[in-house]
Design a protein around this ligand. Sequence first.
Ligand SMILES: Nc1ncnc2c1ncn2[C@@H]1O[C@H](COP(=O)(O)OP(=O)(O)OP(=O)(O)O)[C@@H](O)[C@H]1O
Ligand SMILES: [Mg+2]
Length: 531
Amino acid sequence: MDGSTAQLVSFGQVAAIEGSRARVVLDMAEDGSGFAGSVPPQIGHVVSIEVEGARIFAIVVGLRTPATEQAVIGPPNQIMDLDLIGEILQSDKSGRFRRGVSAFPRLGDRASPTNSDDLRRIFVREDREGVRVGCVHLDNSIPAYVFTDDLLGKHFAVLGTTGSGKSCALAAILRGVLSQHPEGHIVILDPHNEYWPAFGELAEVISPANLELPYWLLNFDEIKELVIGEHSRMPEIEASILNQVIVEAKRKLAGSSDHNITIDTPIPYRLSDVTRILDDMMGKYERPLELAPYMRIKDRFATLQADRRYSFMFPGVMVRDDFVRMLSRIFRVPVAGKPVTIFDTSGVPSEILNVVVSMLCRLTFDFALWADRQVPILLVCEEAHRYAPANDKLGFEPTKRALARIALEGRKYGVSLGLVTQRPSELAANILSQCNTIFALRINNQRDQEYLAAAMPESGSGLLQELPSLRAAEAIAIGEGVPVPMRIMFDPLPDESRPRSSSAKFTHSWSKDDVPAEFLTDVVARWRRQK
Ligand SMILES: Nc1ncnc2c1ncn2[C@@H]1O[C@H](COP(=O)(O)OP(=O)(O)OP(=O)(O)O)[C@@H](O)[C@H]1O
Ligand SMILES: [Mg+2]
């Protein structure tokens, strides 16, 4: 094809194709002034390539002028790198856009601009159930949708540097989903106590003050961590005693020697029985060395009971079997107008946090398993790299295991993960790789960018080059939960519904010295009461 008309309506011709990538050499003006067309292509734009039987669509992921020495023999070429994203088949009378390409472009095919009609067909899919979360960066009038079942069914992650807008993005996504599916079951682990404004009346907020997770719900790994810990000199012996004592106490209260009752069976037992059983066992020994592990376990139980910070776990002498009520509250069954549970873990000391998070993750999975998929649950983990770190030496093993289990098997039981982190490269690779939809907000750190690019499917990953230049609330959305890989702008959240990020207000606080006289006395009193 020759002549100026072709040059005006197209960018250039395909010069190479590799997998789902294509390279186009742009048409250059004869006078050497650069691109021949009037509107040069830009990164992120969608272009189309006409092939036999279909129109293929591709995203511009790179623009460059190759080796400058070419300039010696003539004006340099300009190259446009494309990621192929999908097609509209001529045989499909509805003109529906499909992801993936069945016919590839050939060398010499021409790449042309798209119009807003094309963009609408690509980004707005009326055949799929979706919710709006923002708009498409290319054209603000086109809404950005997520497909609810694909988003929630296969885990998602929201990643980005601090302040890039992750919490707001998560709130925008969840509010979008809840606006159409108000009877949801969402559990958010909220270490900064920031999400309550985003959900208002829709959320049940569980804080250390009204948290109840009785000790008898702990599984063996967790109670071992609490009672025996890392500093025991004879952990195996103590673990074996602990196991024996708890099983016996559980059987005692259940009034049965039922062998189905194991250390991990979630039924109550009395701490007074634990002490009594330990005393009985100790009666058989005399030498201090033999008594030591028993004494240590007994002391630890007593210390935990006395520690106010653990009062949510050791509430008092009475043991009540209120498992049903607890499950109802945590997992919102019935929903009763509050589809979200926010676990404010901001006041939970770090050594206790591990156990609480492990317990919640495990309870979520076990509940879904025994509820036989009838109550699909979304578990959202803020600061996910803390709970599932890439480094084997960090993190709490039972939490990592519980999260990995949900990541790998959760889908079958209707438990889905929403992971939020500012350090993708510090998140365990086996967990991130299970997230089929990624919202990547601004990421400056080179290591995080490379890690993410390696974890991404090929199609659309070229867009990740834009990560350092994204503005707040802008994201590259990739994966099965979105129509195509795209750069989106999340809808602005009204002021009062924004998650409260807790950066200290230095300028405000440092402008005046008006701390009341009793301020420090109060601080010390709270500190001592641990309340
Ligand atoms: N969708 C949005 N609507 C309104 N404001 C937003 C939006 N996204 C980001 N912002 C602005 O950017 C600020 C930071 O956003 P946000 O707290 O969500 O960042 P973050 O990535 O979660 O940060 P951190 O890593 O510290 O948790 C917000 O306080 C808000 O002012
Ligand atoms: Mg945040």
